[in-house]
Ligand binder design. Structure first.
Ligand code: SAM
Ligand code: SF4
Ligand code: F3S
Length: 454
């Protein structure tokens, strides 16, 4: 228990925007507040402390947050009569105290390296008379993993292996808000996975903005391949990892993926564009041909692997011809799924200085064409599994129907099945089950559970 008497017994709610980094940091926020004696509640309206973990990777994320925080001003006060609004994550790191210009009712601002300071900041805010409590320091030597964590799921764990990014892709704000790459110790990662396994965790996702360069800072050479093998040796059943930068994905890593049974046959590898000219302007350090050849090597070593990607449409200067190259690369590589984004100007990044006369409707048209192609490919990939028995790690009931359970297959496909007669949904959550894929739609496989859960 952390000694912060003023916080004991207060209720809290954490709302998370953005990527897996923030999802994991939110688990640390819950862990730290839980260790101070705070109690989690299901909605922000009931909570004495509302924490927003924010994202600024695209403009929409910014405006979304302003709306949510403003709504909190008019929400009825909790039973204690006082509500603390804390903003953490990437917008907090970027804007610091300036956040109050947009959101005057914020009490606490804590940056991406200040989760450990949150209890003191909340205490300051409770003591202070409306003054803002802030910590956006960049030099906290602690890795967030030193802090207590409250995992969202008993069977799944995020395991950070590095933070920050040194790549400075010309459109991206992340290196400015998450700082430079910092690696966690190899031994600490492996022993955490051992502990998690002993605690009943079945799937880990190794996390970092650029996991392939893991080890370069600390050991002078990338050691991600060795880490994958060592994590595999712990006996954990499923290993995933994200994000991978194509320029740093080595042949050693491809071999380690193929030779480590627990590494799932799925890889997220952001291509961003299919045009070498645009990739250069994005500062990605690979060509269209490099990416296609890399994807080929990955598929040769890992037959049947499902590749997914991120693509930005409408980067400044992208022509129709460049975009056609993106479409043809997506077809040639045959991604099983893709996250597609319209380019969003991020002040402070190099690309923000490039003017682009391309009309918004033209970019939207390209985006729609790409989305259609991605959906067609996802449908084809799922059709290839029609009638097959797929394993799913069960996560919980679907949002629409409590009698339908949702899980993910080794290839990370969404799998749906009805709770079999005579069983409770709750007894299947966290179990591995086999499902016969009688239906194969664009975004899911569905059918009856067969055999016994494990
Ligand atoms: N480090 C990871 C990587 O390189 O794969 C993830 C980076 S970011 C959190 C996730 C995705 O957001 C990127 O891959 C990119 O496609 C997209 N993105 C980043 N900045 C963007 C921007 N300014 N506009 C639109 N999309 C952006
Ligand atoms: Fe952003 Fe590029 Fe770093 Fe990914 S690799 S976080 S896209 S700068
Ligand atoms: Fe967003 Fe920060 Fe992640 S900007 S995408 S939450 S690293």
């Amino acid at each position: 228990m952390l000694a912060h008497p003023a916080l004991e017994g207060l209720t809290y709610h954490v709302k998370t925007f953005g990527c897996q980094m923030n999802l994991h940091d939110s688990e640390r926020v819950s862990g730290v507040l839980g260790a101070c004696g705070c109690v989690e509640v299901g909605t922000p309206e009931e909570a004495d402390i509302v924490v927003y973990m924010t994202c600024c990777v695209r403009e929409k994320a910014d405006t979304h947050l302003y709306g949510q925080v403003s709504a909190m001003v008019s929400a009825p006060k909790p039973p204690s009569g006082r509500r603390i609004v804390a903003v953490g994550g990437c917008i907090a790191q970027r804007d610091g105290g300036d956040i109050r210009e947009h959101m005057p009712n914020v009490d606490v601002v804590f940056g991406t390296r200040a989760v450990g300071s949150l209890p003191e900041l909340i205490e300051d805010a409770l003591r202070g008379n409306g003054t803002l409590a802030t910590d956006t320091s960049e030099d906290d030597p602690r890795f967030s993993t030193d802090l207590p964590s409250r995992r969202e799921a008993s069977w799944h764990a995020w395991v950070p292996i590095m933070t920050g990014c040194n790549n400075f892709c010309s459109y991206c704000i992340v290196p400015y808000v998450r700082g430079r790459e910092r690696d966690r110790r190899f031994e600490d990662i492996v022993s955490e996975v051992e502990r998690l396994k002993a605690d009943g965790v079945r799937e880990v996702c190794l996390l970092g903005q650029n996991v392939n360069s893991f080890g370069r800072q600390r050991y002078g050479a990338p050691r991600f391949a060795e880490l994958l093998r060592a994590v595999g040796e712990t006996g954990i059943e499923r290993i995933r990892f994200t994000s991978s930068h194509p320029k740093d994905l080595s042949d050693e890593t491809i071999a380690a993926m193929a030779e480590t049974d627990a590494v799932m046959p799925q890889l997220h590898l952001a291509v961003q564009s299919g045009s070498t000219k645009v990739l250069k302007a994005m500062n990605r350090h690979y060509t269209r041909e490099d990416f296609i050849s890399l994807a080929g090597r990955i598929k040769d070593a890992n037959p049947g692997i499902a590749l997914s990607t991120d693509i930005i449409v409408g980067f400044p200067g992208e022509t129709e011809e460049d975009f056609e190259q993106t479409l043809s690369l997506v077809r040639e590589v045959g991604f099983a799924s893709a996250f597609t984004f319209i380019y969003s100007k991020r002040p402070g990044t190099p690309a923000a200085k490039i003017d682009d006369p391309t009309p918004r409707e033209v970019i939207q048209g390209r985006f729609d064409r790409l989305a259609e192609l991605v959906a067609d490919l996802a449908y084809e990939a799922n059709q290839s599994e029609l009638g097959a028995t797929v394993e799913a790690l069960v996560e919980g009931p679907s949002k629409r129907n409590p009698n339908v359970l949702v899980g993910h297959s080794p290839k990370n496909k969404t799998v749906l099945f009805d709770v079999p007669d005579g069983r409770e949904a709750s007894e299947l959550v966290g179990k591995l089950v086999d499902v016969r894929a009688d239906e194969a739609k664009t975004w899911y496989l569905r059918g009856p559970m067969v055999g016994e859960p494990r």
